[in-house]
Design a protein around this ligand. Sequence first.
Ligand code: CDP
Length: 236
Amino acid sequence: MHRLVTVMKKVIITIDGWSSTGKSTLAKQMAKALGYIYVDSGAMYRAVTLFFLRNHVDWTDRREVKKALKEINIEFQNNPKTETSEIYLNGENVEYVIRDLVVAEKVSEIAAIREVREFAVAQQQKMGKDKGIVMDGRDIGTVVFPHAELKIFMEADSSVRVARRFKELFAKNPNITIEEVKSNLEMRDYIDSHREVSPLRKADDSFVLDNTNLTEKEQFQKAIEWAKRKISSTLD
Ligand code: CDP
């Protein structure tokens, strides 16, 4: 993709929203165009979930959670082939395995734990300290970077979201059913928006992007326009 600007003022762009609204697709495109870093905060919660599942951590026990978090190291590394960052859990590339429905079934429960959020948010804020970052998630514009220059909140009709996620997961696992995908999205949206710590909500100063009837290209054009305007109006 054409890089828009080589020497760009660095700002923070946050993309929050409901499950499967295409946040990461847009975030990756924007980061590439602006020469910014892309961070998938959801991948961090998914990686923690994978660790808890593999190691039989009882996440209802705070002490066990705290102990387990001390054993977790999360890093992002650029994959030169795909030109995007991928997540590593204790040195292992888990970018693909964390997308599994087994992880998706538990991730919202685990992401609602205060200690888990503190662990992830501290790292996210560190990654954004030099700006020049696009981060997607649920609480990025509200909690992680409340002073971000551009905040986008993504929405789409639920049937469209289910169909998109089903297509993605079916390509990897033909045994998956549309009902499983639908109930997982509904469950996660419910838990994510009703939890006590940092629930999913639209920041008052965010731009809403409903992509039910937009192509990837159309949504990108809209969002990059907003970004260019914000960047040019931001003082050094
Ligand atoms: O791709 P999708 O939108 O379905 O989910 P994701 O971004 O991979 O996030 C997976 C889960 O992590 C969400 O359902 C939330 O429970 C949690 N999450 C969160 O609590 N806070 C974030 N900033 C990002 C994700």
